[in-house]
Design a protein around this ligand. Sequence first.
Ligand code: SAM
Ligand code: FES
Length: 345
Amino acid sequence: EAYRLIDKLEREHSLSLLEYKTLIEAENDALRLYAANKAKEQATLIYGNSVYVRGLIEVGNYCRNDCFYCGIRKSNLNCDRYILAEEDILHCCKEGYELGFRTFVLQGGEGIYKKDFVTNVVQKIRSEYPDCAITLSLGEEDRDTFKAWFDAGANRYLLRHETASKNHYAKLHPKNMSFDHRMQCLKDLKEIGYQVGCGFMIGSPYQTSETLAMDLKFIETFKPDMCGIGPFISQKDTPFKDMTCGTLNQTLFLLSLIRLIQPNILLPATTALGTIDPQGREKGILAGANVVMPNLSPVSVRKKYALYDNKICTGEESAECKDCLSRRMDSIGYKIVTDRGDIKK
Ligand code: SAM
Ligand code: FES
């Protein structure tokens, strides 16, 4: 039955909520391998053995939000806060460009910069590196702000939906955070013309096979250009510090299912996946992922961007991090490419 559902998903790119739930509950070693092989085949048909790289710049860890799972939540007084200045960000881009990155991802806590600051930085990166894609991941804003940043030259926006269940969302966030607003942001971003990435954690507290099925249905219907998924990893200073972490295997299985839902999707093997398993990112690529995001942040701030415990890549220079990932991809027969890495339609 489960195998038949994988075949159906491969063929039709759509299943019912109940079918998704059945699949998620049926996961085992053999089924996971079956899904991974089909997912890898789909990815290879479209992207060959190329893996796209994004230079991740963690621009700051101040945040206005208080998500229960996140190490940079505003109530965490143990978080050593920093914020990069414009010249720091531009310096990271310069270093990244020389290393062959053609996508820069500016990610940080929500509400850390004023609207005009971001507009300015984006304009500068856009004029300095016309051949690069600029991705923002700075949380929820109003539509005008998203539009101003887009007009300044940003191309992509990553905003994980976190969970497609409103009920589940309320268990992961304080009352002042709104599921509806986050979903509205995703719609606005798409309408404005961004390439949009949504995503969620695997094994987040109170997640069930039903909420995961809803996540898959959401991806199927929203049709994002990108989807960021990685295991939930507890962070010692958060309310969820004692909660069980997500697993490697479930993350790999979900990567494969998402590839089968939308064969051309941009799907990163995330740092969180590399954190729960030393070969996590390689295994992610072999399960259908096609993007990696080496860290380009200044080494002096890396440890401070601690969303979860034991995060990898916090001591390495950008060049080391890129070389490390290149070697890792080579070892499984893939190669990192110097390319903007847009979605293939
Ligand atoms: N502030 C922006 C936002 O809200 O989209 C971008 C930064 S936010 C820290 C990036 C992502 O980190 C979140 O969407 C969340 O899924 C992930 N994250 C936060 N805490 C995590 C944890 N403990 N384990 C794994 N992933 C986590
Ligand atoms: Fe960053 Fe290996 S990928 S150090």
